[in-house]
Design a protein around this ligand. Structure first.
Ligand code: NAG
Ligand code: NAG
Ligand code: NAG
Length: 380
C-alpha cells in the first residue's frame, strides 16, 4: 500500500517535458517554457508540470554524495528552477534506478534515500525514474520499490513515474498489481518518436496487450504510452488528431514534448482542446480498449462517468482517400451504451452534435487515412 502520491491530484495528471527534443537542456529554456505555459493557456488547460529529462546533472556527485546540476546547463541550480511554482506550475525531474542514467550521468543506485531527500528539498513534484544500467532484474525491482518508499518518506507529494515494466518485459511478465502499488504511472513500451510509424506501433502494442494492461489502470496508477509529439515535424494533421484522440482513449498521462514558443495554432488548438482533455481526465478512470478491427478500421471505446462512452474510429488504410465505416450502436458498451437511445457528439477532428440515435441504429463515420474520428456517446 505504498503510493508516493495519494492525492486525488495524482490521477488528474497532465505534464510537460522537452528534453527528448533537445539533447542539451538549459535552465533558460525551461524558464522560458514555463513562462509560455503560464501565459498562453497551457497551465489553464491543465498542463501543470514542467519536466526535466536526462542530462541535467553534473558528471559527478558533490562531496556529500548528493546529485548536483551541471554548472553550465543549470547554473542557478534546480531549486531555482523550482520557482516555476510561483507561476502556478510544478517541477518534474529525472533520475535512473541503476548505476548510470541512459545518457551516462550518475544513477541513483545506492543513493535512493539521499536522492529522494535531495529532490524533495529542492521542491520537486514528479520523478521520472528510468531503468538503464541495472545488472539484474532483482536489482531493478528492488530499486523501483526502494525509491517509491524513499519518496514517500520525504513527506512531500511526488508523482512517481516508472519504466519498470518496460525493462522487465523482454525477460519477465510484469506483475502490474505490484507495480501499481509503487508507481503512479509506468512505461510499457519503447520511446515515442516524432513519426506516424512510432504512433502506429504504440497503438498496435497496446491493443495486443490490452487484456493485461487495461484492467490495472485507474486512479493512482496509469499505463504510460509516452509523450505527445504533436506540434513538431513528423505527424500530419490527421495523425496528430489520432495521437490526441487515442491518448485520451488510453487514459494516458499527457506529457507534451515540443517547443511551445514555436507551435502552430492548429497544434495548440488540438493540445488545449477542453473536450478531449476532459475525456482523458475522466473521473471514472477507466482505460479504453479496442472493440473490433475490420477492413483496416479500428473501433475503440472508453467508458466514461455519467453513463457515457468515448468512441474512436481510426482508419489505418494509407492508400486512397477518406473512407466510411458503418457500425451498429449495439457494439458499444456491450450493447448497453445506447440502450434505449443516446446522443452522439463528435469531438474530433472538429466538434459537432450529431443528435439522438436509437439502440438499433447504425452510425456511418467518414475517416481520413491515418486519421481518427472521436465521438462522445451519452445515454440520456
Ligand atoms: C552498480 O555497480 C556495482 C559495482 O560494479 C555493482 O555491484 C552493482 O550491482 C551495480 N548496481 C546495479 C543496479 O546494477
Ligand atoms: C506515504 O504512504 C502512505 C501509505 O500509503 C500514505 O498514506 C501517505 O499519504 C504517503 N505519503 C506521501 C507524502 O505520499
Ligand atoms: C503480484 O504482486 C502482488 C502484490 O505484491 C502479490 O500479492 C501477488 O502474489 C503477485 N503475483 C504473482 C503472480 O507473483
Amino acid at each position: 500500500p505504498w503510493r508516493t502520491c495519494q492525492k486525488r491530484g495524482c490521477h488528474v495528471l497532465r505534464s510537460l517535458s522537452w528534453s527528448r527534443r533537445l539533447p542539451v537542456p538549459s535552465e533558460q529554456l525551461f524558464m522560458e517554457m514555463a513562462e509560455v505555459m503560464a501565459t498562453e493557456g497551457w497551465r489553464d488547460a491543465g498542463y501543470e508540470f514542467v519536466c526535466i529529462d536526462d542530462c541535467w546533472m553534473a558528471p559527478t556527485r558533490d562531496r556529500q554524495g548528493r546529485l548536483q546540476a551541471d554548472p553550465k546547463r543549470v547554473p542557478s541550480g534546480i531549486r531555482r528552477v523550482a520557482q516555476v511554482h510561483s507561476k502556478g506550475l510544478k517541477l518534474g525531474i529525472y533520475s535512473d534506478v541503476g548505476n548510470k542514467t541512459c545518457a551516462g550521468f550518475p544513477g541513483s543506485y545506492n543513493h535512493y534515500d539521499l536522492d529522494a531527500q535531495t529532490f524533495s528539498s529542492w521542491g520537486v513534484d514528479l520523478l521520472k525514474f528510468d531503468g538503464c544500467n541495472s545488472d539484474t532484474l532483482e536489482l531493478l525491482a528492488e530499486g523501483y520499490r526502494h525509491m517509491s518508499l524513499a519518496l514517500n518518506k520525504t513527506g512531500r507529494s511526488i508523482v512517481y513515474s516508472c519504466e519498470w515494466p518496460l525493462y522487465l518485459r523482454p525477460m519477465q511478465q510484469p506483475n502490474y498489481t505490484e507495480i501499481k502499488q509503487y508507481c503512479n504511472h509506468w512505461r510499457n513500451f519503447h520511446d515515442v518518436y516524432d513519426s506516424w510509424s512510432s504512433i502506429k506501433t504504440i497503438l498496435g502494442w497496446t491493443a495486443l496487450h490490452q487484456d493485461t494492461i487495461v484492467k490495472i489502470a485507474g486512479p493512482g496508477g496509469w499505463n504510460d504510452p509516452d509523450m505527445l509529439v504533436i506540434g513538431n515535424f513528423g505527424l500530419s494533421w490527421d495523425q496528430a488528431v489520432t495521437q490526441m484522440a487515442m491518448w485520451a482513449v488510453m487514459a494516458a498521462p499527457l506529457f507534451m514534448s515540443n517547443d511551445l514558443r514555436h507551435i502552430s495554432p492548429d497544434a495548440k488548438w488540438l493540445l488545449q482542446n477542453k473536450e478531449v482533455i476532459a475525456i482523458n481526465q475522466d473521473p471514472l478512470g477507466k482505460q479504453g480498449y479496442q472493440i473490433t478491427k475490420d477492413m483496416n478500421f479500428e473501433l475503440w471505446e472508453r467508458p466514461l462517468s455519467g453513463q457515457a462512452y468515448a468512441v474512436a474510429v481510426l482508419n489505418q488504410q494509407e492508400i486512397g482517400g477518406p473512407r466510411n465505416f458503418t457500425f451498429s450502436l449495439t457494439l458499444l458498451g456491450n450493447g448497453l451504451a445506447c440502450n434505449p437511445a443516446c446522443s452522439v457528439r463528435q469531438v474530433l477532428p472538429a466538434s459537432r452534435d450529431w443528435g439522438f440515435y436509437s439502440w438499433v441504429s447504425s452510425l456511418s463515420v467518414e475517416v481520413n487515412p491515418t486519421g481518427t474520428v472521436l465521438l462522445k456517446v451519452v445515454a440520456p
